[in-house]
Design a protein around this ligand. Sequence first.
Ligand code: MOS
Length: 724
Amino acid sequence: MNPQSTPRWEAALKVTGQAVFPAEVQAEGLLHAVLVGAPIASGQVLSIDAAQARLTPGFADLVSYPEAEPLRASSVTALIREPVIYFPGQPVALVVAESLIAARAAAHAVRVTYEQQPAVSALDQVLDQAYAPAMAGRIPAASRRGDSETALADAYLVVRERYETAVNNHHPMEPHAVVCSWDGALVTVHTNTQAVFGTRAAIAHAFRMPLEDARVIARFLGGGFGCKGQLWWPWMMLAMLASRRTGRPVRLELTRAQLFTLAGRRQETVQDMALGFGVDGRLTAIEHHVLAQTSANAEYSDTTAGVSRWLYACPNVTTSHRLVRTNEPQPIPMRAPGVAPGTFALESALDEAAMRLGLDPVDLRARNYADHDQDAGRPWSSNNLLECYRVGAERFGWSRRPAPGTAIDGCWRIGWGMATTCYPAHRQPCRARVRLEADASLLVQCGTQDMGSGTYTVMGQMAAEALGVPMSRVTVELGDTLLPEGPFSGGSQVTASLSPAVAMATTALRGRLAAMAVADPESPLAGYKPEDLDFENGMIRARTSNVAEPLADLLARREPEGLEAEGSSDGPDREGQAFTGMGFGAVFVEVGVDPDLGETRVRRVCGAFAAGRILNPLLANSQYVGGLIGGIGMALHERTVTDRASGRILGDGFADYLIPTHADIPRFDIAMVEEHDPLLPGGVKGIGMLGTAGVQAAIANAVFHAVGKRVRHLPIRIEDLIGD
Ligand code: MOS
């Protein structure tokens, strides 16, 4: 095994139950909270009658709009300060009681009256009200280079189709939770957030308190995928209000059903694609127009059409993103936001083009490789997409691809498909502290949190390697606003942000230790040159001879209190607009389709990815596999359904919201293409999102290859493939 493939630092803590997740935090005199949700989709709250609820044994308190009103007004507090209902299930009050059962009973006894207003329950009900937001994710919503209309009119081949993707919900294993307690003006908030510092800032703003008075702790998270961010804050704040009023700690934990409404979703899309090609198979035009759902109370857009600006060389590209407001829950980023639905449309359309041009799908993509970022007009920091095609195709055996519809295995028609994926390399400012204790053990600290993706491990590993200390002697502390400030866990940016900060801290420590050793007459290393010293196995060792000294001995003489250093890294602004950092990949899929039953099985997946320096291949593999599983779910299973009449979510549980199980998942062959990125600090690109996109289109393309049915919406279901 690769020595960098260190298993998870916290694995034993998790499997032995010693890792304490926020919902498990114990507190003396804890009260349990339950939210009271509105049954209507749109309207006003007229009255809240808690008389019956107060008679429930164990009832402690109820907080609602009047209690939240003193909070500072903002988009976060609006939903709890203003008695307006925007979507069904929106909380109108929070009840706290001595037990969870008592809180549930009391919440049921709360009587709320409403003035109901007309509601919009589906995107297609108000198409005439679609509007263009300024931004789609991090980039302007509309873009134009060249003249796609003329180029399409002149094209040798035009593929013009509509692709649609369903609403998905994130559903981390661990639901959102908070255990909060006040000590006078100070508040401690244990909550499973992807952003402890962002959560602290939101609390300080809402409660009009200095940042230092709020401490947010998230030691462990059971997944997030984008939903453990700001949409949880209002409900968390209701629990904080109840805690302050009662003077007791309060725990609130969302139910699985509430995760369908209170924590965000992947926005539904309708995407109109038009691709124009010359006779040589080169793209002459791309149009990618997106229509998506946002909520009645807030605006959100993914960077859905971004892929059409970035992925291929094309002189004429027009993209747009429009939104429709519905009385449905608020969308937010969900793993591979924008890129997952966007590649489904673009990469399906390319497959349709390859068929019509009589070109191999890999060949068609390679012909249209973009050797620089044509959208921004600057070079890539690195781009090994062509190598991904080559390696992926070779490992998958693509050259042996059967003719469409000819491969059969029992009841299964076999199909092969492929697609390209990409994801921008993001970074944020980050600080980290590395402390070498007197016994030569290491303490590594950063306030960022580990969503479950391996931040503990990678951070400990970087410091351990630099100082030659074994992983067994490393302690990592994360997820606490009292620690040095780190990035939010999103946009696949934590590792890339951490890596330069940890490197700076360990470089400083090495420098100080080496200088100390060579200047100490009692050290066997006295008189050596600092640059000739190595750090390994808990020792400082001369490269030029056999002489070494244990770190602990040196520290005992010179720094008996231990030694520490901080490092920091900037966000991406420093390098200005000189280049674009982007990870790339190629995904190859084999499916079996049973034409009688309409069933689709993914039999084989090979993903070849180029994403800069891989710090831990074991964890990186796990990120790719997790992403691909999420992508398979999006392709074949996941769909959140809104009842058009009531506006409510139908089947808000895992019985109805299908997710892939082990039986749905094949073995994955992950190829990490070696990539030396000379421009990104540390050469690190994020990988969490990269593997989550592309596989959807690859599956749809494989289904077409198997049975000749082009399904242009996700998820692909039995009813799409059965019959004619
Ligand atoms: Mo993410 S979808 O930025 O957790």
